[in-house]
Design a protein around this ligand. Structure first.
Ligand code: ATP
Ligand code: MG
Length: 472
């Protein structure tokens, strides 16, 4: 239970400033959406969003630190150092203006009609996301019966779910996300609509769907999210590449997803490439073994698993590249681990090394758990690995490379980083670029740089992925 009052010290000072300035200037301004929901549930909001009757141009007049963003629907970012308070003018559901909508074309193509506070609440997706908080009155404004649903832990669309899901099918994924993350139930009618309209997801823009998949995986409740997706039939629309395997072995991914959740819980949020790889770990297991065959075979395996999904969902080149490298490093890590030896110096600069080690640890932990080992034993075994921890899945984790890469070899680091993060505006090379592997001459007994043929095959693979995407 909660009292619908939010202690002022829980509200970011910057958001308070924006609201107070707007109200002093004669405008309405409220906290809205996820932050009100989370604060009432005693959770820490990701960010603080504000809705107001001030137009974007009025916002620009009122705030010097204001940047207007968005082409279709303009909203204001009010900037305080590295904190941004997103401030949007009240909007209406565009269909409210129209006569009776044609029943077969509900999909909303435009979303740029200003409205009143109440209209703004009603155009939102779920009742628990439609609450406003009036800072000066210290009161929740509830146009949509969201407080009741927040109390009864229920995810319910605002209005008819059959209409709201067809207007924007991504809302179905959001229903799953909030239910899984908050531990809420999906209200009956809303759930039945989920069962009926899954196919409509195919109408949604692919980048939004992809982003929502990543959000489901890194929302801290990946196990629960995948279970719900499977139950309501969305998995076969969303991830047909893994759905058949999971319907045969429903719990197959759970131990890996649980590792993602554990990691997110520690504040170590896996990058997209890691999440992508995790979905295919059961198929890619053999890459984690020390005695796998060299040459093209691992790449074939990687390609078979990842290419279809990367192509269909137009995964960014950077993420595809990173996923490949994460996987290609596995056998080398396995070899070094079994020898109790060091990693080849040529690998020390790879920015994927840290998440690759963490991924290796995940697979190891899951295998040992399956063999009946207890957590203490597994942690002891991991601590004895000859690699410096902590093993973090986040590619962009702070202090990323430095721990592994000695200063004097930083030239190699730069080269590799440049190669993997090309200027997006630069034309793509016609031929895959195959680079010489630095440090080869200095190889000690332990130093086995990534094989030239591996590099070459990888480059060709990436080039093939690129051109298949360019065909679209
Ligand atoms: P999170 O904690 O994941 O950020 P959130 O509720 O803040 O959750 P956002 O995606 O940040 O979700 O969106 C902010 C608000 O905008 C939501 O709370 C909801 O009111 C509204 N909203 C977002 N997406 C939609 C949508 N597809 N349809 C209708 N309203 C939406
Ligand atoms: Mg939010």
């Amino acid at each position: 239970m909660f009292a619908p009052v939010i202690p002022i010290d829980q509200i970011a000072a910057e958001a308070q400033k924006v609201i107070r300035h707007l109200v002093r200037s004669g405008h309405q301004a409220y906290l809205v959406g996820g932050c009100v929901r989370d604060l009432l549930l005693g959770r820490t909001p990701k960010d603080f969003d504000i809705a107001t009757d001030a137009t974007p141009s009025e916002l620009r007049e009122l705030f010097r630190n204001c940047r207007i963003i968005g082409r279709r629907f303009r909203l204001a970012h009010i900037i305080f150092g590295n904190k941004i308070i997103e401030t949007a003018t009240f909007r209406a559901n565009p269909r409210e203006d129209e006569e009776t909508p044609p029943t077969d074309e509900l999909y909303i193509h435009r979303d740029n009609v200003f409205g009143t506070a109440e209209q703004d609440a009603r155009r939102r997706d779920f009742t628990i996301n439609g609450l406003f908080y009036d800072l000066s009155a210290e009161k929740v404004i509830d146009y949509v019966d969201g407080l009741d649903d927040l109390r009864s832990h229920s995810v319910r669309t605002i209005g008819d779910p059959n209409v709201r899901f067809r207007e924007d099918p991504v809302r179905m994924l959001r229903a799953v996300k909030f239910a899984a993350r908050l531990g809420f139930d999906i209200e009956d009618q809303t759930y039945r609509a989920l069962l009926s309209h899954g196919k409509e997801l195919e109408k949604s823009p692919v980048p939004r769907v992809l982003e929502e998949i990543f959000r489901l995986l890194r929302g801290g409740a990946a196990v629960e999210s995948m279970m719900l997706l499977r139950e309501c039939g969305l998995l076969e629309v969303l991830l047909p590449e893994i759905q058949p395997l999971l319907s045969e072995h429903p719990g197959l991914l759970d131990p890996y997803l649980a590792e993602i959740d554990r990691s997110v819980g520690r504040g170590d949020v896996p990058a997209n490439a890691v999440l992508l790889v995790m979905l295919f770990l059961p198929q890619l297991q053999s890459l984690f073994e020390a005695d796998g065959k060299r040459g093209a075979a691992p790449l074939d395996l990687i390609s078979d698993a990842l290419a279809p999904i990367c192509h269909r969902l137009r995964v960014s080149r950077r993420d595809v590249d990173q996923a490949k490298h994460l996987l290609l490093l596995q056998r080398r890590i396995a070899q070094a681990r079994l020898r109790g030896g060091k990693l080849p110096p040529s690998l020390l600069h790879r920015e994927e090394l840290r998440p690759a080690l963490a991924l290796h640890a995940v697979v190891y932990r899951v295998e040992r758990q399956a063999a009946g080992a207890d957590d203490v034993t597994i942690e002891r075994e991991l601590a004895a690995w000859p690699f410096p921890g902590p093993f973090q899945l986040g590619v962009d984790a702070p202090s990323g490379r430095s721990e592994f890469a000695p200063e004097r070899e930083s030239r190699g680091t730069d080269r590799r980083r440049r190669r993997r993060e090309p200027d997006e505006s630069a034309p793509l090379p016609a031929q895959p670029r195959v680079s010489a592997v630095p440090g080869k001459a200095s190889s000690s007994g332990d130093d086995e740089p990534l094989l030239d043929e591996e590099e070459a095959a990888l480059a060709a693979f990436v080039a093939a992925m690129r051109s298949s995407r360019d065909d679209d």
